[in-house]
Design a protein around this ligand. Structure first.
Ligand code: NI
Length: 184
């Protein structure tokens, strides 16, 4: 099943998502559907709030970014109840986009390295370090679970310049190639 994407203007995207337990109903189906939805919409990451579920899950696949970096090929993962327990290294600038903010791309600064703890869909525990683009995609998706969008991390003046575009998205007026919805 392909979920519609919850877009900017939906209060749900601003909520802190809840941790889930191993017996969360239809967990494997939800994870499967999230991957399907991400591929259909050409995303490299998708967090549960973006499909209308305020729970701590996100999926990523950086293969679409692997042209310049073969290491990103096949980096496909689900993160359940993740915790970024450390961010370190130099501040690294990278242009981000988001399925919930169609047509908006801006440079965002974040630390280059992270340490993250999480579970997969079998509830195996992992404690891993990532850097560069992999860390970046994880940081962006993790923010969604905290109710944070990448436009919160750009300069206020830049955000002001996006006001018209943001208002259009919030009013359902932006033209988007995939199915979207606004969720209270
Ligand atoms: Ni996003």
């Amino acid at each position: 099943m392909i979920y519609p994407i919850v877009v900017y203007g939906s209060p749900l995207l601003r909520k802190i998502s809840q941790e889930i337990s191993k017996d969360y109903p239809e967990l494997k189906q939800i994870v499967y559907n999230m991957f399907e939805t991400m591929y259909v919409t050409d995303g490299v990451g998708l967090a549960a709030p973006q499909i209308g579920k305020s729970i701590r899950i996100f999926v990523i696949d950086t293969t679409a970014l692997s042209e310049d970096d073969p290491d990103l090929e096949g980096f496909r993962k689900v993160f359940i109840n993740p915790k970024i327990i450390e961010e370190k290294g130099e501040i690294f600038t990278y242009t981000e986009g988001c399925l919930s903010l169609p047509d908006i791309r801006e440079d965002v600064d974040r630390p280059e390295k992270i340490r993250v703890q999480y579970y997969d869909e079998e509830f195996n525990f992992f404690d891993e370090n990532y850097h560069g683009i992999k860390a970046r995609v994880i940081q962006h998706e993790y923010d969604h679970l905290e109710g944070i969008l990448f436009i919160d991390r750009i300069a206020p003046l830049k955000r002001k310049m996006l006001k018209g575009k943001l208002n259009d998205i919030a009013k359902g007026k932006a033209s988007v190639a995939y199915k979207t919805k606004l969720v209270k």
